[in-house]
Design a protein around this ligand. Structure first.
Ligand SMILES: Cc1cc2nc3c(=O)[nH]c(=O)nc-3n(C[C@H](O)[C@H](O)[C@H](O)COP(=O)(O)OP(=O)(O)OC[C@H]3O[C@@H](n4cnc5c(N)ncnc54)[C@H](O)[C@@H]3O)c2cc1C
Length: 390
């Protein structure tokens, strides 16, 4: 008889672990802090990137036992804009990403993963904010902002649009994006510094997109959310396994963590089933990629808008998936740069990440302090920057 496995957090990492374990006959109890899955998102479109690894995401999902019983749409083309609004069409023969939706509504990734976990026999308990030491797998998502995003979903009169604007003045260290599919739109502005001014960056980026193609908005919903990234040698503590963003698993170049969450959730489950070392399993899958993404982030930030223009121009000249894949491949220059980048970007104070021994940029700002209130710690609050609906 397998022992019961307790999982904290019903995001992609926790649910991926639950699906794998339940399918192998383990009794699984998932504890979710909110009253639904995907509650920190607003039904927004996100992408599961398909360029950082050679394995297509469809193959990965099949390998880890997840079926695409949710909105899942391949993306082959986009328009990238530089800070002067010069448009560069980019495309790829095979999808460079897949659109999904986040949230608890039918068709959303979170709802689809939950359905598969329940069907496999897992149980979920809502409104249960549990401490890490009460569970076997901790998959509670980001704890402090290493990157911050404000998003808006709305109904829109534009045709299908997949546009990304790269301008460090309007989204410092990040980018802004407008996705419109079947009249439903997601606009977002993601930044990695100056978090206090997220509203200004959001508004300025939004106005810039209106210059590109004027559009109407209706039924708007807005929300804030953040992302974690850190580099660790171990993602376990006292036999507890940390999966997904709570352990800082993330592609740091563009802040895309779903692929990593699904992969590390599965690795945590496999480590329990096969009795193999979790650190070996996740390292084999994404260890090197995490390090390369840190170097990529350094180049992205330090190259300024001139660097972004070069990035866009190169992307427009070749197959986008192949181009992005080259960025994510470790090479001798990136390996040489890695220790320097760690030193150059690293900060030693104020770290509030859960995972104990790691490298990070450790920079909680007054934005998070305002959200938490003066006396709260990350574990006291209701959730990672609850969506604030307008
Ligand atoms: C605005 C925004 C846009 C993004 N867009 C993309 C994108 O396009 N592509 C991409 O790949 N990534 C994207 N990301 C990142 C991606 O959303 C995350 O990497 C991913 O959701 C991480 O999954 P997770 O399971 O680790 O955490 P989460 O999805 O955050 O799930 C964690 C769950 O744990 C619950 N929880 C928290 N604390 C506790 C507790 N103590 N007890 C029980 N439950 C708890 C939370 O309520 C939550 O449901 C985006 C992030 C943001 C903020």
């Amino acid at each position: 008889m397998n022992t019961k496995i307790k999982i904290a957090g019903a995001g992609p990492a926790g649910l991926s672990a639950a699906i794998c374990l339940a399918k192998k006959g383990y009794p699984v109890e998932i504890f979710e802090a909110r009253d639904c899955v995907g509650g920190r998102f607003i039904g927004d479109f996100q992408v599961i990137e398909n360029s950082s690894r050679d394995e297509d995401i469809c193959e990965l999902l099949k390998r880890i036992g997840i079926s695409t019983e949710f909105f899942f749409k391949p993306v082959h083309q986009s328009i990238f804009y530089d800070h002067k609004l010069k448009p560069t069409p980019v495309k790829s023969r095979k999808p460079f990403a897949y659109f999904i939706r986040r949230g608890s509504e039918k068709g959303a990734l979170d709802a689809g993963l939950l359905a598969q976990a329940l069907e496999a026999g897992a149980n979920i308990a809502y409104n249960q904010r549990v401490a890490p030491d009460a569970v076997d797998i901790v998959a509670t998502g980001p704890t402090v902002p290493d990157g911050l995003a404000k998003e808006m979903t709305f109904s829109c009169d534009l045709g299908e649009t997949v546009s990304v604007l790269f301008d460090h003045r309007l989204s410092p260290g990040g980018y802004s994006y407008l996705f419109v599919l079947d009249g439903q739109a997601t606009f977002g502005c993601a930044i990695t510094r100056d978090f206090d001014h997220i509203n200004n960056y959001f508004n300025a980026s939004f106005n810039r997109f209106q210059e590109i193609h004027p559009f109407s908005t209706a039924n708007e919903k807005t929300g804030y959310s953040f992302m974690n990234f850190c580099i660790k040698s171990s993602a376990q503590e006292n036999h507890r396994l940390y999966a997904g963003e709570v352990a800082g698993f993330q592609d740091y170049l563009f802040g895309l963590g779903i692929r990593y969450a699904l992969t590390t959730g599965f690795a945590a489950a496999e480590s329990i089933i096969q009795k193999e070392d979790y650190d070996l399993l996740w390292n084999k899958e994404i260890g090197q990629a995490q390090e390369t993404s840190l170097v990529n982030r350094f180049l992205y930030e330090k190259g300024g808008n001139a660097g972004l223009r070069m990035f866009i121009a190169q992307a427009g000249r070749q197959d986008l998936k192949t181009y992005l894949n080259k960025w994510h491949r470790p090479n001798s220059i990136k390996k040489l740069l890695y220790p320097f980048v760690k030193w150059a970007l690293g900060e030693k104070n104020n770290c509030q990440h859960h995972i104990s021994k790691h490298w990070c940029r450790s920079k909680p700002t007054s934005t998070i302090k305002t959200q938490l209130g003066p006396t709260q710690s990350p574990s006291d609050r209701q959730g990672p920057m609850d969506p604030i609906e307008s």
